[in-house]
Design a protein around this ligand. Structure first.
Ligand code: SF4
Length: 421
């Protein structure tokens, strides 16, 4: 087929065939044989037809069909398909131009393939790079996740660690902390004072005796009427017991308190010339007067330093870790060993103030407590700041204080007088 197509352009193909015969001596005998079979005097077309016939006859293909096919498919015979076919079927007999074209086509095809491969390789490389990049990018996250999983697993596997035992606080450290608490309380309550209304030592002594088992507010609301009736020890000692009971009834335990008041008033009149003594040892000899009452009077009416251990002071001293004692005398001794004497009276007021306003017996407001960082008992009460703030009392809670006549520097409101019965 290829040969027949080429043979349709004798001017070119004949000469090419000759040239190729010259340039390829090894194949000359074959071409000569072919020329002998087809006849040298025949026109080129007839030659081609015969060649085609020979070729098709050798392959068992009808000659007419071959001629038709070749005439219809490649009338010009210069198509690349034809050239390719020629290269395939008779490589030795093809003309030089056809071989060159075929080479070019082959080169192009190879180039295309190479280019394709290169592109494919590049694509593959790019894909690989992208995959590697993605892998690298994923690697830290994956590592992190693995590390987190390992840590969780290790945590689960490891036996629960016990919290390191807290070192017992040394005496020196406790004293330092105690004094820091005192300084903090001094900043918090610069206006701390005794919360009993009084104008002289006798009034303070009587008010302190009445304050047992009741509030200072109740005493302050009671004493104005009492002192209006009996302002001196002599007046009180001369009172009718029932009348006195009636006057102090609002403070509770009024029979026992009446007995104490009548006894100490008579003792002051009889043994101390109607004056309150300024010594502890004398004060504690009076009926109904213990160390606490004596210290209140000494500290606030005489300027003699004293530690007042009432229910608030004892509770806070234990919460602060200053003492473990329950007995008021032992608490007083323990606290006296921590602070200098000059601080005793005001320390008492500050601690009692804090106990009444913040560190309550049942619901201490730990979440609103300025000394919480220094307090070993933090957490005994409400730690939520919002809830704790609602537990604050008196001036810190926006309420009136306990005194009807508070000192000038008191930032809160005075207490109201007792309501008429
Ligand atoms: S932290 Fe709590 S227990 Fe300690 S002093 Fe403050 S309110 Fe009281």
């Amino acid at each position: 087929m290829g040969d027949s197509a080429v043979g349709e352009h004798p001017s070119t193909n004949a000469s090419n065939t000759d040239k190729s015969s010259k340039s390829l001596p090894g194949v000359t005998s074959g071409r000569k044989a072919s020329a002998q079979r087809s006849g040298a005097s025949r026109p080129a077309a007839g030659k081609a037809t015969d060649t085609a016939k020979d070729t098709t006859a050798e392959r068992g293909i009808p000659a007419g069909a071959t001629a038709r096919t070749s005439a219809s498919t490649s009338p010009v015979g210069k198509t690349s398909a034809g050239k390719k076919a020629a290269v395939k079927e008779t490589p030795l007999a093809k003309p030089a131009a056809a071989r060159t074209a075929a080479k070019k086509a082959a080169t192009k095809a190879v180039a295309k393939k190479t280019a394709g491969k290169t592109v494919a390789r590049k694509t593959a490389t790019t894909k690989d790079a992208a995959t590697k990049k993605a892998a690298v990018a994923k690697a830290p996250a994956a590592k992190k996740a693995t590390a987190a999983k390992k840590a969780t697993a290790a945590k689960k596997a490891a036996p629960a660690k016990k919290a390191p035992a807290r070192k017992p606080e040394s005496r020196v450290a406790m004293v330092r902390r105690a004094r820091r608490i005192n300084r903090e309380l001094a900043e918090l309550y610069p206006y701390a004072h005794p919360e009993l209304d009084f104008t002289n030592p006798f009034e303070l002594l009587v008010a302190t005796v009445l304050s047992a088992q009741t509030t200072d507010l109740r005493v302050n609301q009671t004493t104005p009427r009492l002192f209006a009736v009996c302002p001196t020890p002599e007046d009180m000692a001369a009172m009718d017991p029932e009348r006195l009971e009636e006057l102090i009834r609002p403070t509770g335990f009024f029979r026992a308190k009446t007995k104490s008041l009548l006894g100490l008033s008579a003792a002051l009149r009889d043994r101390f010339g109607g004056e309150v003594p300024g010594r502890l040892e004398d004060l504690v000899t009076l009926p109904g007067v213990g160390r606490k009452t004596a210290n209140v009077v000494l500290g606030n009416a005489f300027g003699v330093p004293g530690i007042t251990v009432d229910t608030h002071f004892g509770r806070l001293a234990r919460r602060f870790g200053w003492t473990t004692a329950e007995d008021p005398d032992k608490v007083e001794a323990d606290v006296a060993a921590i602070f200098p004497k000059s601080e005793w009276t005001m320390l008492s007021h500050r601690v009692v103030f804090h106990g009444r306003r913040v560190c309550h017996s049942r619901k201490p407001a730990c979440g609103a407590c300025p000394v919480a960082p220094l307090c070993p008992a933090y957490g005994e009460g409400e730690t939520d700041p919002e809830k704790a703030r609602k537990l604050l009392k008196y001036e810190l809670g926006g309420q009136p204080g306990q005194r009807l006549k508070p000192p000038a520097d008191y930032p809160g409101q005075p207490a109201p007088p007792m309501a008429a019965p």
